[in-house]
Design a protein around this ligand. Structure first.
Ligand code: GRF
Length: 208
């Protein structure tokens, strides 16, 4: 939905499943004066729940089943073809569960964001909440960062801290963190889309 006269960055979202972060990004983009619009959703899983939500908001939603391609580069080439055809300017990974090649990551350097459910650089990778509980940390949270070839290492755009409470289970902690993810990702995308972030080396700086 294009409103007002602001220039909105064209954003594609990559998902693999539930798509709750995708939902909040779509809703944010429907707000007046938000500097981005979602032009495409791609899922690598045919039955990803998020696809229906995107379509119900009139956003083209495409399934590219990675199993149908002979190699990772072939799958990514097809994904890139769709992204370029949609004139994508920024890519947001939102629960996208495929590792990406260095070529793909470099093509979208400083134009591809990810949300990760921990305070990076702690707890990179999977099962973050389980490991946070095992380690006994008292604070965890979520991070939005630019993607680099090495998983969960890129420049940090924004973070939100969440307390670990006595008696937390993986489920209760995940739910508390997810609530913060849903605030953080739209805020971070807003900063990037508005040109408020510059990257120097591995540091993302807030410039406005
Ligand atoms: C989120 O916790 C996100 O941080 C992680 O995967 C989960 C995706 O959830 N990368 P959803 O698909 O956005 O609901």
């Amino acid at each position: 939905m294009q409103q007002g006269s602001i220039k909105r960055k064209r954003v594609a979202i990559l998902i693999s499943g539930r798509g709750s972060n995708m939902e909040v990004l779509i809703k944010a983009c429907e707000q007046k004066d938000y500097p981005a619009k979602i032009v495409l959703v791609i899922s690598n899983r045919p039955n990803a729940a998020g696809l229906d939500f995107a379509r119900s908001h009139d956003i083209p939603a495409l399934t590219l089943d990675h199993n149908a391609y002979g190699s990772r580069p072939e799958f990514e080439a097809e994904m890139n073809r769709a992204l370029i055809e949609a004139r994508t300017e920024l890519v947001c990974n939102a629960g996208f569960m495929r590792l990406l090649t260095e070529e793909f990551v470099e093509y979208w350097r400083d134009r591809q964001l990810n949300i990760h459910p921990s305070l990076l650089p702690s707890f990179k990778g999977l099962n973050t909440h389980e490991r946070a509980l095992q380690r006994g940390v008292k604070l965890t949270g979520c991070t939005v960062h630019f993607i680099r070839a090495q998983m969960d290492t890129g420049p940090i755009i924004a973070q939100s801290a969440v307390p670990v409470l006595p008696g937390d289970s993986v489920e209760t902690l995940a739910a508390r963190v997810l609530e913060e993810e849903h605030k953080l990702y739209p805020d971070a995308l807003k900063m990037v889309a508005a040109g408020g972030i510059s990257v120097e080396g591995n540091i993302a700086k807030i410039v406005s």
